[in-house]
Design a protein around this ligand. Structure first.
Ligand code: ACO
Length: 321
């Protein structure tokens, strides 16, 4: 058995109530259910209600993860939130979530690596738990991505949705489970292929998502496969040796392409892209939670998480659940 240190003690997720189907979008913009399904695998997405913020989604997912860990807020000492759609420019969404959870101790901060945010946040939490003195970190990926979409740009607005996922990561000595390997990368040369055209310093506005989808697609398949191989190599295994692959849910064709390159079966790949669309930093913990609660991912299973996003940023995490 491969040894791990910090273990995932709880998982939870939350999706806003409102579901928007492809057909509903096709009534407003020049697209079709057939095009969206064929090119991306997406059938529907959840969209946050007016007055429902990223912190609200994050809190709901966090409460479920804390309950799943059999803990209370008092047991936590760290909150890390991965988001590209913070409630406000500042304070951090993590600070707002800390307040909503009535947590009166510990530290809370946001990290920004777009769709790879949860993988980056897990790596940071894992490192901080190893360094001490922290014992239980709440790691959240939460997004209201619908708020930064240009709803007249059919090449982007059909691809994204809102949601949140969370994990509690805890120190554990002599555990056979836990995080085995982390791998993160970025390459700033590709900023122009996937970005938001606004921000506090440059435009004093929030801006909208812009993406050259087909070029992002090609890089994503290649870099995700490399990240998974690097992560597996750290642990001395082959990617196909894992029980489950929990990828960032951007496009079913990306998942199939990566699966083919690495010799994974379609049964090993957890896919929620049809129902959630791309929820950016929330997509990996959301998919993990779905597969844990429906009984596929079980304690003791070897799981590879992976993400790719704006920056470009990408990475993978190997863990024994
Ligand atoms: N409905 C109908 N037609 C459309 C739509 C739409 N919603 N959107 C684009 N089209 C048209 C285009 O205009 C184009 O028409 P043309 O051939 O007449 O010019 C045609 O469809 C093909 O467009 P492509 O962009 O080449 O289509 P592609 O097969 O590449 O699929 C997609 C597009 C789904 C965006 C795909 O490229 C993709 O998934 N890319 C990767 C996305 C990703 O992984 N992003 C990273 C994470 S996101 C983040 O970090 C924020």
């Amino acid at each position: 058995m491969i040894k791990g240190n910090n273990i995932v003690t709880g998982v939870g997720s939350y999706l806003p109530e409102r579901v928007v189907t492809n057909d509903e979008l096709a009534r407003k913009i020049d697209t079709s259910d057939e095009w969206i399904k064929e090119r991306s695998g997406i059938r529907q997405r959840h969209i946050a209600a007016e007055g429902e913020y990223t912190s609200d989604l994050g809190v709901a997912a966090a409460r479920r993860a804390i309950e799943d860990a059999n803990m209370s807020v008092n047991d936590l000492d760290l909150i890390i939130v991965a988001t590209t759609t913070p409630d406000l420019t500042f304070p951090s969404t993590a600070s707002i979530i800390q307040e909503k959870l009535e947590m009166r101790h510990g530290a809370a901060f946001d990290i920004q690596a777009v769709c790879s945010g949860f993988i980056y946040a897990l790596h940071i939490a894992d490192s901080m738990l190893r360094a001490g003195p922290y014992k239980n970190a709440l790691v959240i990926g939460a997004e209201t991505f619908s708020r930064i979409l240009d709803w007249e740009d059919r090449s982007t607005c059909v691809l994204f949705g809102d949601g949140a996922g969370a994990m509690v990561l805890s120190t554990a000595n002599d555990s056979d489970s836990g995080i085995i390997a982390n791998f993160i990368r970025s390459d700033g040369r590709y900023c122009d292929l996937l970005y938001v055209d606004g921000g506090p310093s440059r435009t004093q506005s929030v801006g909208h998502v812009r993406m050259v989808g087909n070029q992002v697609f090609r890089r994503a398949v290649k870099d995700i496969a490399i990240a998974m191989k690097e992560c597996a190599a750290i642990a001395g295994i082959e990617p196909k040796d894992i029980d489950w692959f929990v990828p960032h849910q951007a496009n079913q064709r990306i998942l199939d392409g990566v699966g083919r390159q690495l010799g994974l079966t379609s049964e090993q790949i957890i896919s929620t892209v049809a129902h959630h669309a791309n929820t950016s930093a929330a997509s990996v913990p959301l998919a993990f939670d779905v597969a844990m609660r429906d009984g596929r991912i079980k304690r003791g299973d070897l799981v590879m998480l992976e993400a790719f996003g704006g920056g470009f940023t990408w990475g993978a995490t190997l863990l024994r659940f």
